[in-house]
Design a protein around this ligand. Sequence first.
Ligand code: CO
Length: 135
Amino acid sequence: MKLINLDHVAIAVHDLELALDGYRTRYRVEPLYREVVEAQGVEEAMIPVGGSFVQLLRPLGADTPVGRFLESKGEGLHHVAYAVASIDIALEHLREEGARLVDEAARPGGRGTRIAFVHPADLTGTLIELVELPA
Ligand code: CO
């Protein structure tokens, strides 16, 4: 397995409307879609930039992973997401490598994707999301 694309860069925000207005006026870009992903406790807006997205994340509540992130660190870069051909093969490889995984198995993400997170303590202090796009 290897990484095949930078799928998105995710930024945690308090106010999705405010953040989208900022991207609209400062950078002249528009979200392609918005989606509530209950499984992750977020509403996300995906802004296409080239072949990748900027993903703005608003927590659905304070007691969610992104809610706790905002509380402790404030708005800012939350994770980087890389596309892989097969999330199951990627997870198997990472387990063999002894990587510190957040998710032992794939779970549903937005856009019908399957995703899994790798712990920031595993490599360079960055929370990494692996994404398998729907066929
Ligand atoms: Co993401």
